[in-house]
Design a protein around this ligand. Structure first.
Ligand SMILES: Nc1ncnc2c1ncn2[C@@H]1O[C@H](COP(=O)(O)OP(=O)(O)OP(=O)(O)O)[C@@H](O)[C@H]1O
Ligand SMILES: [Mg+2]
Length: 308
């Protein structure tokens, strides 16, 4: 009581304080929080600094002016805020690690399926062809069995290819993002019956991991959605490097996603897109125009080492 306010201030702020108060006096504003301009520090008796919320107000009283300052210790709030930010960052790093591990594991299984199983099935097919060629025409029962075997074998080859490619398109590793997207677009066109206008610029065509697989997965989910929910006839997929970012646009001409569907319970496609973007420190906008279609716009920063 009766002490100057500077008693509560770290020394480096003490000298300028009267000027700040005077400046505020001239503004004529009646009250103003100080936090909005910068974090305000106060000092404990022992000299230790801590963050405070401070607001100042003024009123004229006859011939003088009265300033009122309210100070509130916000160290706990600030600590909680920092802990929360740290926890978010930890979670993001964990997500990156787990996504990377999963892609690598998928890649390994996919290659195994393709190389091991694929090769074996191919040699079985050749043996079968030899058997067919060397079975006498009058041996109808054997021939019928061989035909049935070929049909099972063909569908097994097709299933192996499909499972392998769904796990991870090996093209992504072998030929880069543009080639993998072309293949994906071809597949989706066949599966869903819409046309796709795909444009991938030169820099994005061979963009490094982890961007390549994340972009691939986002396009994959968007095309699946366009096929399953939108009843789209045409989809545009553009991947472009603009400045330090990759811009990915997927736009369909379907029924347009409803605002409520953006966070649908039990649906993980769009959540997955958001998570992929989040772990790459990018941003995403999803917009539906009823009857006109859906647009997804993703921006991902290109890591410095990938830009070289
Ligand atoms: N391109 C689109 N056009 C119209 N509606 C869409 C489109 N994409 C998504 N939706 C709507 O948004 C919902 C959520 O999509 P999301 O991809 O998250 O889940 P999902 O496709 O239903 O299931 P999954 O988890 O297998 O992806 C969909 O159920 C659908 O109603
Ligand atoms: Mg989906």
């Amino acid at each position: 009581m009766g002490q100057p306010l500077t008693l509560l201030m770290p020394e480096r702020f003490q000298k300028r304080h009267p000027m700040h108060v005077e400046g505020f006096g001239h503004t004529g504003i009646s009250s103003r929080p100080m936090m909005s301009q910068r974090i305000v520090s106060a000092m404990r008796k022992g000299g230790e600094e801590f963050p405070i919320d401070a607001s100042i107000s003024q009123s004229s009283l006859g011939h003088g002016r009265v300033f009122t300052v309210i100070l509130r210790d916000v160290s706990i709030r600030e600590r909680t805020r920092q802990e929360l930010a740290q926890a978010r960052e930890d979670l993001r790093e964990l997500s990156v690690a787990s996504r990377t591990a999963r892609e690598q594991e998928n890649s390994r299984i996919s290659r195994e399926l393709h190389d091991e199983l694929g090769q074996n099935l191919t040699s079985l097919k050749m043996d079968l062809a030899w058997l067919e060629a060397n079975t006498p025409a009058e041996d109808t029962r054997v021939r019928r069995t061989l035909v049935a075997m070929r049909s099972v074998l063909d569908s097994t080859v097709a299933a192996t290819r499909r499972i392998s490619a769904d796990l991870r398109p090996l093209m992504l590793d072998d030929l880069g993002l543009a080639a993998a997207l072309e293949w994906l677009v071809e597949e989706s066109t066949r599966r869903h019956g819409f046309t796709v206008d795909l444009e991938v610029d030169e820099l994005s065509a061979n963009i490094a991991e982890p961007l390549a697989s994340q972009i691939y997965r986002i396009v994959q989910e968007s095309l699946t959605n366009a096929g399953r929910h939108a009843a789209a006839r045409h989809v545009r997929v553009h991947v472009r490097a603009i400045g330090p970012e990759i811009h990915l646009d997927v736009q369909d001409d379907g029924r347009g996603i409803a605002p409520d569907d953006l966070r649908k319970k039990g649906s993980f496609g769009l959540v997955g897109i958001r998570e992929r973007v989040y772990i790459l420190a990018g941003s995403v906008e999803m917009r539906g125009d009823p009857g006109r279609g859906t647009a997804i716009h993703v921006r991902l920063p290109i890591p410095a080492e990938a830009r070289a």
